[in-house]
Design a protein around this ligand. Structure first.
Ligand code: MG
Length: 277
């Protein structure tokens, strides 16, 4: 039986932004990070609405956790969308949302946008989400290498967000959880400032998650702190030892998520990556 043995959260405006438009939720069994976008505090409204919708918990229903998690993400999307069309100042606001649900034997992850989930197990950091971003799309098409994507000037353009459209398609999947697994949810203010190897190193060196959260935020700020930085960390404990029979295994678009044709146009027009020094 899995339980959350320890968790820690930290959010920071960073060194260059005036406001913090990120939001997070840490209320077992649900943990989430949202990264809002839009002027006049609209990004804050969007990310806060996303986590508040989640805070009510999973909707009851016949479906499995994945389905119900996707449902609540769609509900959050609709709420944000309705708020944005009701008020000109909030037009086009949006947010990413990455959420983890800790079940009795497994983890379910759902996300929209480029806030990420990672799992650290046996010293290895594994990314559990695929960014809904322009550069990730270019990588999938073989037009950019993952290393080039990390440095790409358009790396913060996301292709899916909550809010801009009345409908959204979240990605959701389930994986086995194991005693000692550490889960990291984070906004791109962390991952755009620190390479994954450095994140793994800091996680491995900290005596506990509180310190790890602090170290990650401090390191992202030391690297420039160009964006809001949010980290949610949790460590799993399995009271029975074995994992059970579960299956093993941005943010700037002028505030709106891109349509398919816009993505294709942007890909066609994307400048070549800068040559490596
Ligand atoms: Mg961000």
């Amino acid at each position: 039986m899995l339980r959350v043995a320890e968790h820690a959260e930290r959010t920071d405006t960073g060194r260059q932004r005036r406001a913090n438009e990120d939001a997070f939720l840490a209320r077992a069994p649900l943990f989430a990070v949202a990264d809002g976008m839009g002027g006049a505090q609209a990004g804050e409204v969007a990310s806060r609405t996303a986590v508040e919708t989640l805070a009510a918990g999973l909707p009851a229903g016949p479906g499995g956790v994945e389905e119900r998690l996707a449902d609540v993400v769609r509900t959050a999307n609709l709420r944000i969308h309705e708020l944005s069309v009701a008020d000109d100042e909030r037009a086009g606001m949006g947010t990413t949302l990455t959420v983890a649900h800790v079940g009795p034997h497994e983890l379910t992850i759902a996300h929209v946008g480029d806030s990420r989930a990672y799992r650290r197990r046996d010293g290895v950091l594994e990314r559990l989400t695929t960014d809904h971003s322009l550069v990730e799309e270019l990588v999938r098409q073989g037009r950019l290498s993952p290393e080039e994507a990390e440095e790409h000037p358009q790396r913060s353009i996301i292709t899916r967000a909550l809010g801009p459209e009345a409908h959204v398609v979240p990605d959701a999947h389930t994986l086995a959880g194991r005693d000692g697994d550490v889960l990291l949810l984070c906004s791109d203010g962390l991952t755009s400032m620190l390479p994954e190897a450095r994140i793994n190193e800091l996680l491995g060196a900290a005596p506990d998650l509180r310190q790890a959260a602090r170290d990650l935020v401090d390191a992202a700020n030391a690297a420039g702190g160009r964006d809001n930085i949010t980290v949610v960390l949790l460590r799993l404990e399995d009271l029975e030892g074995a994992g059970g029979d579960a299956p093993d295994e941005a943010t700037r678009v002028g505030a709106a998520a891109l349509r398919v044709e816009d993505v294709q146009r942007a890909i066609a027009q994307a400048p070549p990556p800068e040559p490596a020094p």
